[in-house]
Design a protein around this ligand. Structure first.
Ligand SMILES: Nc1nc2c(c(=O)[nH]1)N[C@H]1C(S)=C(S)[C@@H](COP(=O)(O)OP(=O)(O)OC[C@H]3O[C@@H](n4cnc5c(=O)[nH]c(N)nc54)[C@H](O)[C@@H]3O)O[C@H]1N2
Ligand SMILES: Nc1nc2c(c(=O)[nH]1)N[C@H]1C(S)=C(S)[C@@H](COP(=O)(O)OP(=O)(O)OC[C@H]3O[C@@H](n4cnc5c(=O)[nH]c(N)nc54)[C@H](O)[C@@H]3O)O[C@H]1N2
Ligand code: SF4
Ligand SMILES: [Mo]
Length: 676
């Protein structure tokens, strides 16, 4: 306490690589300011622009929050509600659920959730309820990163135990392939990358701020990464830098791709990807000499052949022996297991009478439209109308009068507008929790700094209450937060309790970073890196990756890329008054030559259209964007836009080659001028 002010440390639990430590400054018991924790490895005293605005704005403003349980009084989709008590809402929901389960229809209860908060309890505990009731789960990762996870699981056995980001001091080279930290991980961009002496390679169709700071930057056409990886392997072999000893000892299946590698010369690679052959050779040499770190972003695998691309890149890592030695490795995500934590404990799968049914996000809209498949939908930590594909079909499915639709959120999102019942959730500032960041192998305290707004309840309390209304008596459904936190901290080796952790904010259970795959033992069937994978064949995928590049769009169509916006976190924050001001009118960024060829001038209103839908946008010219690409950032709220839609109205929800995941960066659309 200083000057009547108290500073409480907590952690930002957004779906963000940075997991910033925060300082909440209280004066007279009220929040005066929320800012970055100066002692935190990532935030170093400042939050990103979007959180600095939203946490001091919409998140702590009861006028902008949902504060009471609501019941629909108007037409579906109209967002007209009356206030009801928690008891009334939960009694009525329980009654409807019992009618569904009583008729043997538990699987027709669908629940969709994602990363509204990534903290362990509010992010996962409600799954216990859905396990118990026997609901169908919409596999969350299928809207984000499943293709990459599956491809890495097949090849190296595990996609959740990447290199420790603290090992950069031992690396000569860091590759950022298909990620845009300048938007999606602002502190990684600002501190982690600039502070390493390693040379940086960025591979991305957009010349974003991180790409512009790289030592070598390759700008492949979207969906051509597998061909690029093969051309790089060819150049590695050509330069005599292939580590064939490593391949002989630790890899199976080199022979399955060798002919394709030989055929994919850098010149052929240039034709397939647009990356100059000389640059392919330079990148190959720098990466192969190593030791090199490969950070695989999520953008690469959000392509129709995204799984193949990941398998091809992993083969490049293997060919160069950049795995299992100091300063080398692959990072997709770091899951809680890298801190000794078993999240199955929070999920409690034993509550399920039989294995839970899972569907892909790509099938959500159609499933919800079918009464034989869906009788109820629970949407928590997830704003499907803004974030999921097939926006128009999804809306029409949500209009079904006979579909019980329950949403729990902090704000009145587009998804909330379709709900029968709205259950107001407490934000991470309003209860204690723990976070296992997915970039750094840290453990962080998420600390209550204020009372819940209105009658808001944390997700976990909402589902404890609903469990009670359902008449369940399984102890797991009522396990208190404090006990869960103690168990999780003990698993992570922290024995001093939550209050001590809260004083520090963030700890690293392992004082020193370990080398990833140091034992060179991979959790694949053979124990080796499997470039060729029988598991893949059994799942109906090709034996090995191949040098695929998507065809370029035909008939003047553009490739629509819709990655992370600097000002929103997925759709979160897009409702905050100040952030709405920053976002302005929806924009499409076009290459100046592309625009000029189409007679589009900066500031013109244009329309993107395909078989799925149409969207009007203001054209902005940017040489960061290559020809053939329309860049439209994700995350706007459809109802705040004159279109009544965002970019996902163009998203047909085509599944990736592996993992039934999203190929959202594979969308194509026509562009026309809407007005002069
Ligand atoms: N500010 C902000 N931060 C976020 C988010 C947000 O919405 N806003 N979202 C969070 C979430 S949920 C996630 S999953 C992560 C995602 O963050 P990232 O891993 O950075 O993924 P994306 O933003 O989808 O896209 C990253 C890059 O992939 C590129 N890309 C697209 N297609 C291809 C391709 O075919 N090949 C290659 N090489 N690159 C391609 C895009 O041009 C883009 O620059 O960010 C998290 N952080
Ligand atoms: N076009 C396009 N679409 C995309 C992507 C893309 O690259 N392009 N990226 C995809 C990706 S990577 C992802 S991960 C998905 C993410 O999509 P979503 O999971 O829908 O992410 P958000 O839009 O942030 O929605 C999370 C919701 O949770 C709410 N929330 C926050 N905290 C809490 C809480 O404690 N309790 C409850 N109940 N609610 C809370 C927020 O208010 C917000 O409405 O979007 C996908 N959609
Ligand atoms: S969203 Fe990311 S960058 Fe912004 S404060 Fe949270 S953790 Fe930090
Ligand atoms: Mo994501």
């Amino acid at each position: 306490m200083t000057d009547g002010r108290t500073i409480i440390k907590t952690t930002c639990p957004r779906d963000c690589y940075d997991s910033c430590g925060m300082n909440v400054i209280l004066e007279g018991g009220r929040i005066r300011q929320i800012t970055g924790d100066t002692s935190h490895v990532m935030s170093r005293g400042s939050l990103c622009g979007k959180c600095a605005l939203a946490y001091n704005g919409a998140w702590i403003d009861p006028q902008q929050r949902l504060t009471f349980p609501l019941k629909r009084v108007g037409k579906k989709g109209a967002g007209q509600f009356a206030r009801v008590s928690w008891d009334q809402a939960l009694d009525e929901i329980a009654e409807r659920l019992q009618a569904i389960t009583g008729g043997g229809g538990a699987e027709r209860i669908i629940h969709t959730h994602y990363t509204g908060t990534c903290s362990a309890i509010a992010g996962v505990f409600p799954v216990r309820f859905f396990k118990r009731i026997g609901a169908t789960e919409v596999d969350p990762d299928t809207v984000c990163n499943k293709a990459g996870h599956e491809a890495l699981r097949l090849t190296i056995g595990n996609s959740f135990e990447g290199f420790d980001p603290r090992v950069t001091q031992d690396a000569a080279c860091v590759v950022v392939w298909g990620a845009n930290p300048s938007a999606s991980a602002p502190h990684v961009h600002k501190h982690w990358l600039p502070e390493t002496a390693a040379r940086k390679i960025v591979i991305d169709p957009i010349a974003h701020a991180t790409a512009r700071q790289a030592d070598l930057y390759a700008q492949p056409r979207p969906g051509s990464d597998a061909a690029l990886a093969f051309a790089l392997m060819n150049a590695v072999v050509e330069a005599g830098l292939a580590d064939m000893g490593f391949v002989a000892r630790h890899v199976i299946g080199w022979d399955a791709i060798e002919a394709d590698v030989r055929a994919t010369t850098p010149e052929r690679g240039e034709a397939l990807t647009g990356v100059p052959a000389a640059l392919i050779r330079d990148i190959a040499v720098l990466y192969a000499k190593g030791p090199s770190l490969m950070w695989l972003g999520q953008g690469v695998q959000r392509q129709k052949m995204g799984g193949n691309a990941f398998r091809a890149i992993a083969a490049l890592c293997a060919l160069t022996g950049n795995i299992g030695r100091k300063g080398a490795g692959i990072l997709y995500l770091n899951g809680p297991a890298t801190r000794g934590v078993n999240m199955d404990y929070v999920v409690a799968p034993q509550l399920a009478a039989c294995e839970s049914k899972i569907i892909s996000h790509m099938d959500l809209a159609a499933t919800l439209g079918d009464p034989a498949k869906a009788s109820a939908l629970f949407c928590w930590n997830n704003n499907i109308v803004a974030s999921s594909p097939q926006q128009a079909l999804l809306r029409s499915s949500l209009m079904r009068e006979d579909l019980l639709h329950v949403v729990t959120d902090l704000f009145a999102t587009d998804t909330v507008d379709y709900a029968d019942y709205v259950l107001p959730a407490a934000s991470f500032l309003e209860f204690d929790d723990v976070l296992f960041p997915y970039f750094h192998n840290a453990v962080s305290a998420v600390v209550k700094v204020m009372e819940p707004a209105g009658e808001c309840l944390p997700n976990q309390d909402i589902f404890r209450r609903l469990s009670q209304k359902m008449g369940y008596n399984d102890t797991e459904l009522f396990e208190p937060d404090k006990q869960i936190i103690d168990v999780l901290l003990a698993q992570a080796g922290w024995t001093k309790g939550f209050d001590e952790l809260a004083k520090i904010g963030t700890i690293f259970p392992a004082a020193e970073p370990a080398t990833q795959f140091a034992d060179l033992n991979f959790s694949t069937p053979s124990g080796k890196i499997e470039i060729a994978s029988q598991q893949a064949v059994q799942a109906g995928y090709p034996l090995a990756p191949f040098p695929h590049a998507d065809d370029e769009p035909m008939n003047g169509k553009l490739r629509v890329l819709s990655p992370a916006s600097e000002w929103t976190m997925n759709s979160s924050y897009a409702n905050d008054t100040k952030i709405r001001g920053r976002l302005g009118h929806a924009v499409v960024l076009l290459n100046p030559e592309e625009a000029s060829a189409r007679r589009v001038l900066d500031g013109m209103l244009v329309e993107l259209a395909n078989n799925e839908g149409r969207l009007q946008l203001t054209a902005r010219l940017s040489s960061d964007v290559p020809r053939g690409v329309a860049l439209v950032h994700k995350g706007r709220w459809p109802k705040h836009d004159p279109n009544g839609a965002n970019v996902n109205v163009l998203n047909p929800g085509v599944k990736t080659d592996i993992g039934e995941s999203t190929s959202v960066h594979g969308i194509e659309a026509d562009l026309r001028i809407a007005s002069q």
